[in-house]
Design a protein around this ligand. Sequence first.
Ligand code: NDP
Length: 337
Amino acid sequence: NRQITLASRPVGAPTAANFALQETAIPEPAQGQLLLRTVFLSLDPYMRGRMSDAKSYAEPVAIGETMVGGTVSRVHASQHPDYQVGDWVLSYSGWQDYSLSDGTGLIKLDPKLVPPSYALGVLGMPGFTAYMGLLDIGKPQTGETIVVAAATGAVGSMVAQIGKLKGCNVVAVAGGEEKCRYALETLGVNTCLDHKADDFADQLAKACPNGIDIYYENVGGKVLDAVLPLLNTGARIPVCGLISQYNATALPNGPDRLGQLMGTILIKRLTVKGFIIFDDYAHRYDEFAQDMRQWLSDGKIHYREQIVEELDNAPQAFIGLLQGQNFGKLVVRVGDD
Ligand code: NDP
């Protein structure tokens, strides 16, 4: 049983040395338990937070423990009356080949409906995050302008497409030409800008002649700086993530702009609201799943996965996720289905 553990806490960007690969015996399920074989492991930005012991909304992973993570797994052996060998489940088994479960928290998946890995993305945590943040906090109205960065990623690609379904003008922000082409041609956004361009702030101002009504915050940093002066009165900012800051070890250089930010919130009467998807919205999952399944079957939503082969490659893929190297929802294929 291969397991990837947290070897040390990163300072700044994680490196391969922060992870260790260990081999343990495959555990045996006792009465009432089942043995799960991980088929797909989801890699997500929040895992950077779990590697750190700074205070957060969830406990950190302890040094020497297996890294946590959502998985799509198959029942390999069962001593549990509700599960049979071969069943597909959504689980939270972490970065390992096999894990034991007593059934708590597992969700059965039907592989005939959609590919099982979709439970980690479009029909799972990231899709749900996009849906609730945009619709419940962003409250998009026809004709409004939405700006969303990391726009080809797991969350952003769904925000962009749901925004279009709601009749908005969607200005996407992504890293590089290839991602921008995909946002325009496949996701159907109105404009896509590369945040690495030197004149990004000018480009954003030109792309938003009527100002910005919703800024779906995924990244913080330079994108937020460029967005702030363009916000309309009454604009909404669902604060979903701040990925550009996750590896930061110090405050940025330059003048303190907190007063300016608070001034903008006051004068523009902004709604700025953070949320943690399952803590705040677990009770609304069914509503999301119903809409998203419908949109998928109607061909209204496109979903792109980047599947990395082999558990051993998970650390490098995760390091790359924090640097924009993924293109689509990042998933590791750990075992054969
Ligand atoms: P993505 O699949 O979008 O992958 C991360 C992307 O972030 C990269 O591909 C890159 O895209 C972009 N990025 C990375 N570093 C930077 C940087 N320094 N500046 C600007 N962009 C950067 O990830 P997810 O869709 O899974 O997550 C998106 C955001 O949503 C994250 O902030 C995450 O923490 C948050 N989140 C929050 C949840 C909640 O409950 N609040 C739940 C799930 C996710 P590009 O190359 O296009 O710049």
